[in-house]
Design a protein around this ligand. Structure first.
Ligand code: UD1
Ligand code: UDP
Length: 384
């Protein structure tokens, strides 16, 4: 009889990073895959599902406008409990560090359902940055039974916290699977944004700086400083285009549209679906971001990245010299971006392909380890 594996995700990055694994597991006859979307995100999640041709078996539709962490956690806990009651999975797979990841793990733990944690073991060591994600990831790690660590550094973090070695598999990051798959698809189909896309009008002969920013710990003063830096850069470099797909979080929308609207060379656009966004990253000269996933993807494409954070839970990216932490200080963002725009040598030093997260086969490695775990668990059950 096939084993019941339930995958739970709810936000854009979780869906992008779980999609390649879902595609692999759907092909495995010994696995009966049930995909549950919590709906922590709505439009931004639908974009991913469409881009990967992925259908979900269940949608808990929890998102509300401007949701609070506690309101979201409360709704998730209740609805996931019912979902587990209905599906009765042999194992629940969660991803990363979101409220969905942690609450899906907690609800499974309360029902004695084993948990597999994809992208486990990343740490900054600082509970305030990223907030609340550092806590979500650590708490999930405490109750997970199988830990899929993207790098040996992540594995070592888990070992230091007392996780037994036999529960950890070093896998690479599934985001590289997703990225390479999408890039191949774009190349093969010679894909370009359609005429009705705001990206269609981008001048091909001008350099482009791609920006994303949405972290909760940057809300308020942090966002203001980032936007002031972008305004200053746009003024100093009128021949450079700044493209910012603005996250749908109302706090982000208010700050970004309030401070940056109406400038000729700043293009504020809606969040882009994955194919448009991979096209944008490929086309970018430099990327400024506070995103976790973009820090992993951009070095694989050879794009210099300035990270709008003080710390990163992905220290591997810093080793290649293609990613630099610049924080949210206005003057520093302007200086560092300016240097990359003005100094070709400084630019070339950072514009190199660097891939510490594997070669695009993380999903297969995870699926194989999961399959072994399912077999071992079934054997133990039979022995008992
Ligand atoms: C969440 C994750 C964060 C991740 C980010 C990815 C937590 C605590 N945070 O943060 O780790 O980096 O997603 O994007 O889980 N909204 C929409 N439509 C959407 C998505 C969001 O309108 O498709 C708006 C809603 O008003 C929602 C708000 O954004 O209430 C915030 O969404 P939420 O998931 O709570 O937080 P994020 O800041 O997106
Ligand atoms: N992304 C996207 N469209 C956008 C911005 C980002 O598809 O307009 C992708 C990006 O390529 C990466 C993921 O979304 O794979 C990162 O998500 P986000 O920055 O929201 O979350 P984080 O990674 O910080 O948790």
């Amino acid at each position: 009889m096939a084993n019941s594996v339930m995958m739970v995700f709810g936000t854009r990055p979780e869906a992008i990073k779980m999609a390649p694994l879902a595609r692999v597991l759907r092909e495995w006859p010994e696995v009966d895959l049930h995909i549950c979307s919590t709906g922590q995100h709505r439009e931004m999640l639908e974009q991913v599902l469409t881009a990967f041709g992925l259908s979900v078996d269940q949608d808990l539709k929890v998102m509300t406008q401007n949701q609070t962490l506690n309101g979201l956690a409360r709704d998730l806990l209740g609805k996931l409990d019912q979902a587990y009651e209905q599906v009765k999975p042999d194992i629940v797979l969660v991803h990363g560090d979101t409220t969905t990841s942690f609450i899906a793990s907690l609800a499974a733990f309360h029902r004695h359902i084993p948990i597999g944690h994809v992208e486990a073991g990343l740490r900054t060591g600082n509970l305030q940055q990223p907030w609340p994600e550092e806590a979500n990831r650590r708490l999930t790690g405490v109750i997970a039974n199988l830990h899929f660590a993207p790098t040996t550094k992540a594995r070592d973090n888990l070992l230091r916290e007392g996780v037994p070695l036999e529960q950890i598999e070093v896998t690479g990051n599934t985001v590289i699977d997703a990225l390479l798959w999408m890039r191949e698809h774009l190349t093969q189909t010679a894909w370009h944004p359609a005429a009705d896309s705001p990206l269609h009008a981008l001048q091909t002969d001008q350099r482009m700086v791609l920006v994303t920013g949405h972290r909760r710990e940057n809300f308020g003063a942090g966002f203001e400083r980032i936007c002031l830096a972008l305004a200053e850069l746009a003024l100093r470099y009128p021949d450079v285009q700044f493209v910012y797909p603005v996250h749908l979080n109302p706090q982000v929308q208010k700050a970004v549209y309030g401070l940056l609207s109406g400038r000729g060379n700043i293009h504020l656009v809606a969040p882009q679906d994955y194919q448009h966004f991979v096209w944008l990253m490929n086309r970018a000269h430099i990327i400024l971001t506070d995103s976790g996933g973009v820090q992993e993807e951009a070095p694989a494409l050879g794009k210099p990245v300035l990270v709008l954070r003080k710390v990163t839970e992905r220290p591997s990216v810093l080793e290649g010299g293609t990613v630099k932490l610049v924080g949210t200080n206005t003057e520093r963002i302007v200086r560092e971006t300016g240097q990359l725009l003005d100094d070709p040598e400084a630019y070339q030093r950072m514009a190199r392909v660097f891939t510490p997260f594997g070669d695009g086969h993380a999903s297969e490695i995870i699926a194989e380890r999961l399959s072994r775990w399912l077999e071992e668990t079934a054997a133990k059950r039979d022995d008992a």
